[in-house]
Design a protein around this ligand. Structure first.
Ligand code: ATP
Length: 577
């Protein structure tokens, strides 16, 4: 037993060193001596039990916080006293013991209470250590939460997340240094640029441990203004439009690093960490007329904000669907090699893959709406925000516009919040949100429906609907030309059934009245059905089997089993929902 005790203690040599004694050796000696004690055996055993508890708990004491660990400095003395006392019980004559009995009992009480003191101290030290560590994580994730303009009615995402951190463990994320990211991206060289969005440039990088990462370097306010049509004098007088406020950049950054770490889903991009640097000007004191003066304490404007994600090797869904229209990450022209890769990609060439992608994305949205705590509205679901990893597994990305959805503050009758700030991408924006600022999870269902139509038709959003979004009785165009011909010129009967199922579901998603839209769970169930159908592609098909197709939400899809939907069928579908 003594050997086992010592092995455990060896793991915390630093704590034992701090205690200033060969703790392991002392404990071993106490245990040995207890075994050979001839007097006061009961008291010796009680003492041994306490010493054993010390031996078991000490390996779990961390060095942090050091000031608390310093309180352990007297433990060595207490153990030495315990050893002396136990050794004193090994011999001596009965007469001597009789004379010393009272004194010994007092000594046992003294030593035991000293050791009890340390036993109480261990959990206190651990508690302080855990609290400090949580504080540190909290400080990284929850920085100054200024109010979010335009979303004043909406509970702050970070506020909600903060409240629930106690119950939901966060995913560990790392703080990267700017130097580390410079090294990973070859000083942010142009040839590592993989994309550019409204809020920053995305670089491909390799960390020192070999991991490939995507590094989003948020634009600075100055660089956004430089590339815009705002006049410098407007910037200096602070009259630039709302969407150029530095708080928007901060908000986008904060939103991503608050929301993403909480989401664990196979089809949601994984955030690996972040990096914030403070500008030198803000950090260094100012020299004035040879005197070193302190700058007035102003909120420090970070010089750089960067977010690090898993690298997605195979581009965006947008790229694979609309290569002819240019890349989603427009400033970066696709290389010839990349174009060939995209042209031969499973997303371009396979209906099965396309249905799988839609099913995966619908599951990710369902996770955000139904399983995240608090629920999250993505607000920018679009084909350019669906990225493929090296195995062609799709991931929903770009959570910079996302918000936490506080169901409690929305009305049962009117389950939405009215907001003045509309974010997202034209063409994918739900009409009630775009026109009246009505925000609810149903806006993601609408955007998902648009993505489904993009996948089915291979057309860009503007081409699908024409002048969006003021079409009320908008029919889903069910005509022979409707389907993208690139996967196959003529779909097989099973493929056709699956694609009808997707078209039907898309139609249920893009309903102009949000109350008529399919619930996300039904969207997932319908797409699962479509996936099952397309997986039977090689099997022979009978008309009876095809007519079995029943969607979770909506009427059975009538079918001739072959060819495209006719106008008459389209009428049937119109009545169906
Ligand atoms: N993890 C990643 N792996 C590979 N490429 C990525 C990754 N993240 C982003 N990209 C590329 O960078 C582009 C821009 O990224 P993202 O959309 O996140 O930036 P943004 O500034 O938030 O854009 P937006 O203007 O749409 O809000 C993407 O379209 C994609 O091509």
């Amino acid at each position: 037993m003594a050997v086992a005790v010592w092995t455990g203690l060896g793991q915390v040599a630093t704590v034992a060193q701090l205690v200033g004694a060969d703790v392991g050796g002392l404990i071993s000696m106490i245990m040995q001596s207890v075994l050979t004690a001839r007097q006061n055996r009961k008291e010796c055993e009680q003492l041994a039990r306490r010493v054993l508890m010390v031996a078991q708990l000490l390996p779990h004491v961390q060095e942090d916080p050091p000031e608390a660990v310093q309180q352990l400095a007297g433990l060595g003395d207490a153990l030495r006293d315990a050893h002396e006392l136990v050794v004193s019980c090994q011999g001596r004559s009965a007469a001597y013991q009789f004379v010393m009995a009272g004194r010994q009992a007092e000594r046992f009480r003294e030593v035991q209470s000293k050791i009890d003191f340390y036993l109480i101290l261990f959990p206190v030290i651990s508690h302080i250590g855990i609290t400090r560590r949580l504080e540190r994580i909290h400080n990284i994730l929850v920085q100054d939460d200024s109010t979010r303009a335009g979303l004043s009615q909406l509970p702050q995402s970070s506020q909600l997340l903060q409240e629930s951190t106690e119950v939901v463990p966060r995913r560990t994320q790392l703080e990267f240094t700017f130097e580390e990211l410079m090294a990973a991206t070859n000083n942010f060289s142009l040839d590592t640029v993989i994309g550019e969005g409204g809020f920053g440039t995305v670089y491909r990088g390799r960390l020192h441990d070999g991991r490939e990462v995507a590094v989003k370097r948020m634009k600075t306010l100055e660089s956004r203004i430089l590339h815009s049509s705002i006049f410098p004098e407007d910037y200096h007088s602070g009259t630039y439009p709302q969407d150029f406020r530095s708080s928007d950049l901060q908000e986008e950054f904060r939103t991503e690093i608050h929301i993403l770490p909480r989401l664990r889903h196979k089809h949601i991009i994984r955030l690996l960490g972040s990096c914030v640097t403070v500008s030198k000007e803000a950090a260094t004191p100012r020299r004035k007329k040879g005197l070193l003066t302190r700058r007035r304490k102003e909120p420090e404007e970070p010089a750089e904000r960067l977010i690090i994600y898993d690298y997605m090797h195979n581009g965006t869904l947008f790229d694979h669907l609309h290569l002819d229209h240019g890349s989603s990450s427009s400033p970066v022209a696709l290389s010839w090699k990349k174009r060939v890769e995209v042209l031969l990609s499973p997303v371009t060439l396979s209906w099965k893959k396309r249905v799988e992608v839609l099913l995966a994305v619908s599951r990710a949205i369902e996770h955000l709406h139904c399983h995240a705590n608090p629920p999250i509205i993505h607000r920018d679901t679009k084909s350019a925000n669906i990225l493929f990893d090296a195995n062609w597994v799709p991931h929903v990305s770009d959570f910079g516009s996302s918000v936490a959805w506080d169901m409690a503050s929305s009305d049962r009758e009117e389950p939405w919040l009215e907001v003045s700030e509309i974010v997202g991408t034209i063409g994918y924006l739900a009409p009630e949100y775009m026109a009246r600022g009505r925000l609810s999870p149903r806006i993601d269902v609408y955007s998902l429906g648009v993505v489904m139509l993009e996948v089915l038709t291979g057309k860009m959003v503007g081409e699908i609907f024409g002048d969006l979004p003021i079409l009320d009785s908008r029919p889903v165009p069910i005509v022979p030309d409707f389907l993208d011909r690139r996967p196959v010129p003529e779909p097989t009967p099973w493929q056709m059934q699956a694609l009808k199922c997707v078209a039907w579901t898309a139609r249920g998603c893009v309903k102009l009245d949000d109350k008529d839209r399919l619930p996300i769970a039904d969207v997932v169930a319908n797409l699962e059905r479509a996936h099952q159908l397309i997986c039977r592609d090689q099997e022979p098909v009978s008309v009876d089997e095809v007519d079995e197709l029943v969607l979770v939400s909506g009427s059975p899809v009538s079918s001739t089993g072959y060819g495209y939907w006719s106008d008459m069928e389209s009428e049937v579908l119109e009545q169906g929902r």
